[in-house]
Design a protein around this ligand. Sequence first.
Ligand code: PPS
Length: 279
Amino acid sequence: GMSAYFWFEGIPFPAMLYKREIIKESRDKFVIRDEDTVIVTYPKSGTNWLIEIVCLIQTKGNPKWIQSVPTWERSPWIETKKELSMLINMEGPRLMSSHLPFHLFPKSFFRSKAKVIYVIRNPRDVLVSGYFFGRNTNLIDNPESLGTYIERFLKGNVPYGSWFEHTRDWLSMRKNDNFLLLSYEDMKEVTICDFLGKKLEPDELDLVLKYSSFQAMKENKMYNFSIIRKDVNINGLVLMRKGVPGDWKNHFTVAQAENFDKVFQEKMAETSVLLEDLS
Ligand code: PPS
């Protein structure tokens, strides 16, 4: 069954973490300001990695901030209760994160000059990452096999709905000046600096790279500790699981990969996104 979800405007949300009223409030009432920057992703696409990079760019590579303040306070989520109220009361240019699909995103954004950075990742890796996440939390019905999870993913019966729709809808913004499209497979710090209008020295950029590496983030308690509540995390979930492109090859059968690619071609035909570019 799908008892762990509630549906809002065609999108399933894990009921343990989200509330319908808050998703509605985020969309209809939350005011995004011109000076804000929003990191938007489909879950498991490298959100926390980009948060770390953007925070480090702001401090020119100094790790003090990322090592003393939890991720969710540096870049609060738009769609959860506690963090939404944190954002409403925050002054100055704000950094915030969201997994929301295009049609549920705060309406005020579309009248603003705020910046959005959207990260895409090979959906087969997104799927594998989400599968292991799902097995170690009780946010969703534990999928009995990867095959079952693939079926759910292709139908959009996973948190935040269909990867294909999320990506297609957000990519409609790609020509806008206030929108930057990045891929997990090709994260470029310099591109991010340019977009945010920050100039960093080469040695400062080296520090950004160093402190946002997989290993450094794995050791940063401000990212790892209790980010997932105890009642949600059932099997000692590790957020920094593998952190590589192409892990799907260790898990998909040939038939599963072929079926996935077929659906991808059908659903992504009108976009210029190719699976080969995401590897
Ligand atoms: S979430 O829960 O949706 O916000 O997850 P998200 O942060 O978007 O994605 C989690 C995956 O990103 C990997 N990750 C990294 N990869 C490379 N380098 C760095 N620094 C990094 N930080 C996080 C993380 O390991 C998850 O991917 P998998 O494939 O499961 O390892």
